[in-house]
Design a protein around this ligand. Sequence first.
Ligand code: FAD
Length: 424
Amino acid sequence: MPSLPDSPDLLVIGAGAAGIAAARTAMEAGRSVLVLEARDRIGGRAVTDTARLGLPYDLGATWLHQAATNPLVPLAAGIGVTLHDSDALRRERSQIGARPVTPVEDAAYSAAWAAAEARIAAAATDGGPDRSLAAGMAAEGPWAATIEGWQGDIISAAPAGRVSLQDFHSNALDGGNRLPEGGFGALVARLAEGLPIRLGAPVTRLAWGGREAVAEGPFGTIRARAVVVTIPTSLLEAAAIRFDPPLPAATLQAAHDLPLGQVVKLGFRVEGEERFGLPPFSSVDRQVAPGEPLVAMSLFPFGRPVISCHVGGDAAQALEAGGDSAVEAFMRAEIATRFGAEALRVLRAGPIVSEWGRDRWSRGVYSYARTGCAGARAILAEPLAGGRLCLAGEATDVGMAGTVGGAWRSGAGAMRSAMAALAG
Ligand SMILES: Cc1cc2nc3c(=O)[nH]c(=O)nc-3n(C[C@H](O)[C@H](O)[C@H](O)COP(=O)(O)OP(=O)(O)OC[C@H]3O[C@@H](n4cnc5c(N)ncnc54)[C@H](O)[C@@H]3O)c2cc1C
């Protein structure tokens, strides 16, 4: 356990991916740094549970997206964590009701995807005003609601009709996906080993603007010369930390323009050897009708007896509000629709269910930009007080917003700005 400085040069608020990257950057530069984390664990929205299912299950971040440029890919290799090529391993199947699509239907689905993506790219770069993702993709035909569900509720965690098309396009992820065998949360936790992190230390007030920043909370008072704040936009907007002086109006507006979407995720453990005829790393989707929630379903990763289901957007919010039993009932009904009622017999009681919307330290999953607010991330990321207060976190990254890789990049960048302010 590293010793925790009382008066560090640099203070970091939050020990998620952005805070961990910020602290590592300071340590690598030989600066004294302290991280204050509200929860009793590190990792924030990247957390792997191994107890509930008896196997690693990521309640939050799961895949390293955009592997070609993701800063965590080389870091994982450096500590001997194996990353699997998810795209090469994934076996996709689409269904209409309980039956797999025919080759003709599958081709129509692929063509509808390609057309929607082409329209998104064209509409986002046509020089016109921002519009909603739904308007930009203008999906049509029998697969329209399914594609809208993927791009909106599942990927953006919000209905496509509320999401900024230009921001969506700026943060569209390509360059491959990687899956860490022991879980993404476990990888992030490994990368925090040895850092001076104080857990159970929620900051309630932050005085800034002068040559000193002062953080207060139940832990007492910590003074530093510059501070990197990595809390989610949901908490900035809710004034969970009282900034003194208040944050500039433009910063607060940007936090408002980048709300956190909602996703609810559930993992079932399967008893016995039943695999519904599916290979490991299966991903099964189902054509939905307009207004019907889409469930993303990953089955048997690494051959493990696990089915992971998730729903996003307004349906996720409503389900989470109904409690774990409502989420479980909904997912069981979806499994029965796809694989028959007899499939339910192999699901072990007591699935694991995420609660990101209810979690007071996140209040949602990851940020999307409201329609018309494509410039908000750059505003939120602007250093304040000459760099002595820098906001970081997934919402401040442009290119990989909403991801651990984006959060990491932003945390490292914010810390470089803060250190430059001290040098100046
Ligand atoms: C269901 C789900 C699925 C996801 N899937 C993926 C995926 O597959 N791939 C991917 O790359 N990303 C994914 N993400 C997104 C990814 O998890 C986040 O973008 C990333 O972890 C955010 O990191 P962060 O450091 O910006 O914020 P956080 O992880 O939220 O870290 C902020 C930290 O600040 C702490 N904090 C809050 N308030 C205070 C306070 N007052 N005082 C002190 N500390 C405070 C919090 O407890 C938290 O630890 C997913 C997220 C969810 C929830």
